[in-house]
Design a protein around this ligand. Structure first.
Ligand SMILES: CC(C)(COP(=O)(O)OP(=O)(O)OC[C@H]1O[C@@H](n2cnc3c(N)ncnc32)[C@H](O)[C@@H]1OP(=O)(O)O)[C@@H](O)C(=O)NCCC(=O)NCCS
Length: 186
C-alpha cells in the first residue's frame, strides 16, 4: 500500500525551493507576500523556526505543492505561514502539512499552537477549525495592505490525550482523503 508519507513526504524547506515559492507566494498572499530575503533568513539564520515543504512528485507537477513554517516561542508553536499551490488546493495538502507541523511542534516541546488569520479568510479558518483551533482574540487593523483585522487562533493542550486522539483521527481521514484525491487504491 502506498502511504501519503511516501506519496507526499513533508521535508525541510531549502534555499533551492525559493524560486518555486517566490512564484506562488504573491498569488497566495496577494497583499503581503514575504520577500525572498525573509525566507532566506528563516531557513539560514532563525534557529527558533522550522519550515517544511511538500514537493511535486512528477515532472509535470510544480516543484513545490505546499509549504509552511513555524516559530517556536518557548512552549508555543506559532504558524508563521502556510500555503498550497493554487492548482493543488482542496486536495488535503495543507491538512497533511499542518498535521506534520503539529506533530513536530509536539516533539519540540510545544504545548500550544497559535496563528493569525485574516478575518475574511474563511478557507483558512475552516482548515484550522478542523484541527480544533479556536478564536481567542483579534488584532485590529493588523494587515497593512487593507487595514483588515487579524483573528488570533489557538490550539491548546497539544499534549493532552484528547488532542492526540483527535490528531490520530485527522491523520486517518487525511490519509484516506489524499489517497482518494490521488486515485491511489493499491
Ligand atoms: C487556506 C489554504 C492554505 C488551504 O490549503 P488546501 O491545501 O487547499 O487545504 P486542504 O485541502 O487541506 O483543506 C482542508 C479544509 O480546509 C477548508 N478549505 C480549504 N480551502 C477552502 C476553500 N477554498 N473554501 C472553503 N473551505 C476551504 C475545507 O474545510 C477543507 O476541507 P474539505 O476539502 O474536506 O472541505 C489554501 O487555500 C491557501 O494556500 N490559501 C492562500 C494562503 C493562505 O490563505 N494561507 C493561510 C494564511 S492564515
Amino acid at each position: 500500500m502506498t502511504s501519503p508519507d511516501a506519496l507526499f513526504p513533508v521535508v525541510a524547506m531549502q534555499l533551492s525551493d525559493l524560486d518555486a515559492i517566490m512564484e506562488i507566494e504573491p498569488i497566495l498572499f496577494t497583499g503581503d507576500p514575504w520577500p525572498r530575503s525573509m525566507y532566506e533568513h528563516e531557513i539560514v539564520r532563525n534557529e527558533l523556526s522550522f519550515y517544511r515543504v511538500i514537493h511535486g512528485q512528477a515532472p509535470a507537477q510544480p516543484p513545490v505543492l505546499a509549504y509552511a513554517g513555524v516559530w517556536m516561542l518557548y512552549d508555543t508553536a506559532h504558524v508563521s505561514t502556510i500555503g498550497t499551490h493554487p492548482a493543488w488546493q482542496r486536495r488535503g495538502l495543507s491538512t497533511w502539512l499542518l498535521l506534520h507541523l503539529i506533530e513536530e511542534s509536539l516533539r519540540r516541546g510545544a504545548v500550544e499552537m497559535t496563528l493569525e488569520v485574516r478575518k475574511s479568510n474563511l478557507a483558512a479558518q475552516a482548515l484550522y477549525h478542523h484541527f480544533g483551533f479556536e478564536k481567542v482574540g483579534r488584532r485590529r487593523r493588523y494587515y497593512r495592505d487593507t487595514g483588515e483585522d487579524a483573528l488570533l487562533m489557538t490550539l491548546t493542550a497539544l499534549d493532552a490525550d484528547a488532542v492526540r486522539q483527535a490528531l490520530t483521527d485527522i491523520r486517518q481521514r487525511s490519509i484516506a482523503h489524499l489517497r482518494r484525491q490521488m486515485g491511489v487504491d493499491d
